[in-house]
Design a protein around this ligand. Structure first.
Ligand code: GCU
Length: 659
């Protein structure tokens, strides 16, 4: 199957030099990738093949790679000194050279041959993508086709994996976990001889792009693969099983990074079954990975998914913190806890997870989801960088002088070295990689933001638009407007004021206000005739007490609680007046009408680009915009009708609400 080049689409540019010379005094797989990319880029942009020999200095444009011995740039940082005739890429290691080269190519495409100097050292040590790919080729919460790693219980090693590695290396990704965190069926065998050959091939492809390969493992493997009658992490035979497997993997798979573990979560096995803690489980694996420099990434998405909706004290939002806070400081140095951005599950709006700032003596990684499970499934456009920006900037009040989420996951706040950001990725084997062509902005954006957490969503969008669609000002203007209005619009026409859910169960797509209301997943809005929301104050579930002051008090008081989260923290009457002067019910009606109108406006903005965007991409996205407009109207009508029926309060503006 053919597929698009996404943002690595090297179109001819105006100020082409007649010759390009490259000086790259490096050997090895990454150096080879650098050379190949420069050939591809120069041929595409300039129609010339660069020379790599002694004549390089005579070329009209010279690109020089220089190894810096000072150690200032680490392995991954770089400095670019550019003029129209020559570009120096100075770095401490080949990964820095690779990232510097991609940056140079971006600048050449977006701004031409200019004089500038840039220095960049990645904000986060770990910049990771998690694939939820299953061995049969399906992708859990995948909205862009099938897996390009697996098919029919085998691995597939194709050119597409190399192109994927190039794409994600170009935005600074340095770790990729290729299989679903839910390790079912034959997936458990990825750590055995059976998948060794293709795994080595993928690991080598990744290595050439500076990416470490990770696998999700099944905690019950000692029973399932080893024939033992227990998977107790403290049992000697279980330990021997893991030691043998882990040694084998690190010894025989080059460039192997380690494991991602979803334990005691949504039915996955874990240490709880044996009366052991998460620290017991994670540290046992970490002990055997440590001699190889390996990492164990342990997820904190642990909650009771067998809840009774009648039980108003148990609160899913509390569970991550309650399960882990007591173990702060117990985890080994090569364990990283992977924490979702909010305490629920990638909703369109959630407060920041209280474990950020809560666990000061543990390595933490921020997990976000660019697979748009709850944000329109890559059929609706929803540019998530503004959301991620807000999460990174969130001040945790955890004590350090610089204590935002960005400070914590970069390691600045508490001196951690193993930490960073990870996204559940949104790629598949669709022609355009991400289903919606505009969803690629989330993949591109995540990498850029993880590399440099100071970037603005607009700046990232501007670069992505230029690299993907070219530099036509109208395209830039309209696509920028679409991207920047998309997340707020999605929030407006879906669930109001931070309450979340209200989607069709299991598929997580489309409106269903009571879909999760009487279910076992702990996802309730508790709407009745008078009001809506969950009381998470000390008088309610007490979730607010998981935050330090002043956050705990701020959230616990409806007068100071940020209004976009009001219903997450409080059960409020529909007649409550917001700062805007509107009642909650009027806010619900208004935002739903507005959000649906904005969806239609986004479609219109796209239609204006008909002759300016490549026809196939235009048509693919148009079909999705048309669906989004219709679907947003469905959301509007379902939500407004529900609240009109239940509250009996009229829309002040007398608009059409179906009864
Ligand atoms: C969500 C998602 C699941 C996934 C889980 C996880 O609940 O719906 O499909 O397995 O998150 O993060 O582990």
């Amino acid at each position: 199957m053919t597929y698009t080049k996404a943002w690595l689409n090297y179109q001819p540019v105006k100020d082409a030099p007649k010759s390009v010379g490259v000086v790259l005094p490096e050997m090895g797989p990454i150096a080879e990738s650098i050379g190949q990319e420069l050939i591809l880029a120069c041929e595409g942009m300039y129609g010339v093949t660069p020379v790599f020999d002694g004549t390089a200095f005579m070329a009209e444009l010279q690109i020089l790679f220089i190894r810096d011995q000072s150690g200032d740039f680490g392995e991954e940082g770089y400095r670019i000194e550019a003029s129209p005739e020559s570009i120096n890429i100075i770095a401490g290691g080949q990964r820095g050279m690779l990232y510097g080269m991609f940056r140079v190519l971006e600048r050449l495409r977006l701004r031409g041959r200019k004089r500038y100097t840039i220095e960049s050292i990645p904000s986060n040590p770990f910049r990771m993508l998690d694939h939820w790919d299953n061995l049969d080729g399906s992708i859990e919460r995948g909205y862009s086709g099938l897996s390009f790693f697996f098919r029919d219980n085998e691995m597939t090693v194709t050119q597409r994996i190399r192109d994927y590695a190039r794409m994600v290396a170009s935005i600074g990704i340095n770790a990729v976990c290729i299989n679903n965190v839910n390790v079912r069926g034959v997936a458990a065998e990825l750590i055995t001889e059976r998948f060794r050959k293709p795994l080595i091939e993928v690991a080598e492809i990744f290595e050439a792009y500076g990416i470490k390969l990770y696998l999700s493992l099944n905690f019950a493997s000692p029973k399932r693969l080893g024939g033992l009658d227990t998977s107790d992490p403290c049992d000697e035979q279980v330990r021997a099983f893991w030691k043998e497997r882990i040694d084998d993997m690190f010894t025989n798979v080059p460039n192997f990074g380690g494991f991602v573990v979803k334990a005691d979560s949504e039915g996955e096995p874990g240490p709880f079954a044996y009366g052991r803690t998460h620290a017991d489980g994670a540290n046992m694996l970490a002990e055997f990975a440590a001699p190889h420099g390996g990492i164990i990434i342990w997820r904190c998405f642990v909650y009771n998914c067998q809840q009774d909706w009648r039980d108003q004290k148990t609160d899913r939002a509390r569970s991550g913190y309650d399960n882990f806070i007591g173990h702060d400081g117990e985890f080994a140095e090569n364990v990283i806890l992977q924490i979702k951005n909010g305490p629920m599950d990638f909703q369109v709006r959630e407060p920041v997870h209280p474990l950020f700032g809560g666990m000061k003596n543990t390595n933490l990684m921020l997990e976000v989801q660019i697979a748009q499970e709850y944000t329109g499934q890559q059929r609706h456009v929803c540019y998530l960088m503004p959301m991620f920006r807000g999460i990174l900037d969130f001040k945790t009040y955890s004590g350090a002088e610089a204590d935002t989420v960005a400070d914590i996951v970069s390691g600045r706040a508490y001196g951690n070295r193993n930490c960073g950001m990870v996204a559940v990725t949104n790629t598949g084997d669709d022609e355009n990689w991400t289903g919606h062509d505009l969803a690629a902005a989330n993949l591109y954006g995540f990498g850029r933001l993880a590399f440099d957490t100071t970037l603005s969503p607009e700046r990232i969008a501007e670069d992505w638009i230029g690299l993907t669609f070219g530099t036509d000002p109208k395209v830039k203007e309209n696509v920028m407007r679409i991207l920047m209005m998309s997340w707020p619009a999605y929030e407006k026409y879906t669930s109001p004021l931070g309450i979340g859910w209200m989607i069709k169960p299991s598929v997580h797509y489309g409106p269903d206000v009571e879909g999760y209301e009487y279910d076992r997943w702990g996802t309730y809005h508790r709407a009745n005739h008078m009001g809506i929301g969950v009381d998470r104050t000390p008088g309610g579930t007490g979730y607010t007490t998981q935050y330090p002051e002043p956050l705990a008090s701020l959230y616990a008081d409806p007068a100071t609680c940020p209004e976009e989260l009001l219903l997450f923290f409080h059960h409020m009457p529909y007649a409550h007046v917001l700062k805007s002067g509107k009642t909650i019910i009027q806010h619900i009606y208004d935002t739903h009408f507005e959000g649906a109108e904005e969806a239609a406006e986004m479609q219109k903005l796209w239609e204006e680009l008909e002759d300016l965007v490549e026809p196939a991409a235009y048509a693919r996205a148009l079909a999705r915009f048309q669906h989004q407009t219709e679907h947003a109207a469905e959301w509007r009508d379902r939500i407004n009708t529900y609240f009109h029926r239940i509250s009996w309060i009229e829309d002040e503006k007398g608009r059409k609400i179906y009864d």
